[in-house]
Design a protein around this ligand. Sequence first.
Ligand code: ZN
Length: 126
Amino acid sequence: MRNRKPIAKNLEAARNASPAMRVAFPSVNELRVELEFDSADKWAPAAQVHILHPAAAATFRYPCPISGCSGHFELDSSINSLLNRSESMLADDATCAGVRPEDRSTSKACALHLRYRVEATYGSRR
Ligand SMILES: [Zn+2]
């Protein structure tokens, strides 16, 4: 057996990490995830664009951009189902269920509103 062994220091990280895009979704060439935030406050966090290539980990969990908020946006199930169906576009929204530091005493939900848009491009091997 001549299996290539991972470098020792990466062993634990590799064990805990999600598989790479090229393993989980081999037909995907590029995945573009756009995040836009609506806030009831005057200030809304800046929009984000994440581009995932085949070497990137196939995980779609984004922390709430409000400083110190305990929440995150879990987009794994919607993006996984998009990619499993080999569809190219998805637009949906989500609400942060985390709690901001200033609301810790009351546990009031952050409720930051996320609108997201995902575009997948596929390689020739479909
Ligand atoms: Zn939040």
